[in-house]
Design a protein around this ligand. Sequence first.
Ligand SMILES: [Zn+2]
Length: 372
Amino acid sequence: MEINKERIVNQFLKLVKINSPSRNERELADYLKRKLGELGITVKEDNVGGKFNGNTGNLIGTYSGEENLPTIFLAAHMDIVRSAKGINPIVEEGIIKTDGSTILGGDDKAGITAILETIQLLKESEIKHGNLEIIFTAGEEIGLFGAKYLDENTLEAEFGFVLDSGGPVDKIIVSAPTEKDFDIEITGKAAHAGVEPEKGISAIEVGCDIITQLKLGKIDEETTANIGVIEGGEATNIVADKLSIKGEARSRDEEKLEQIITEIQDICSKKEEEWEAKIELNITKAYSNFKLTKEDEVVKVAMQSLKDIGLDPKLRPRGGGSDANIFNEKGIPTVNLGIGVKNDHTTKEQIAIEDLVKCTNLVVKIIENVGK
Ligand SMILES: [Zn+2]
């Protein structure tokens, strides 16, 4: 079986030229439905897009195989982190990048490309395989929403592979943190800042007092916390009565994360008393952690397949969440595989053609190994 480099590159270029920002993946989804149809896969689009104000649901289809062989799924996300209208991909010395004015969207169109090309190759070869569930999710970049709302009862896969990790193709993401987001809403008391500031309670001062008490940044090897947004105040001559602080904390260790959350709660209630301000704290879980080991079938298959294509598998944790967190949470053991994209989420995003080929090679090998 020969991998068709030119076909892969053309497919990738076609995909990145379709603008598909989160909540507006419509054009890409329609293209993928047609494309999968041509490959003999009937695709269903679920209707979860509206739940996160998007115009597109997840695409789910099955490439039929032998019933006595295990069913697995392959997944990638359709949305890109920000709009890339009029994107102009440049191919230079084996590297695909942009002119620097937009992102490339290789995250995660490299993953989609590998999946599409794999199915092409399966059609052209005699490789034995079980049913392959193909999942293209929507709204990944804004909170893994497509995967979260996807009805796992529609899936039969015993385990799965998300193709969505930046960096080298030899990397297997086997663990990722839980993330919790917090939203602190402070209500103080407005007053004229020049005439009688003593009658006010500055929500901004309260907020600063809280923030300086929080542990932030890289707390340890598996734990981080960050304040990302502060909003409040109207004018310099008003003691501000409202302030909103938004942040997040992540850890691959649930207990450590709970500790941080408890600390935030304690600090907020202490400061509420001290300042006689009203402090509302809202905590929401963004996603749950997962941890797989070499003993898990999905990891074994990924490792063996990497070795089979001549790469040395590297099991790695990841600091962020991906659709793999959600599929693991739904009870389907899932790893996230490296797709070769570099500098994702920036205008310097790029991918080597060689990595697009390697990634496809890997996915084909995975399917071959599962079918053995
Ligand atoms: Zn991604």
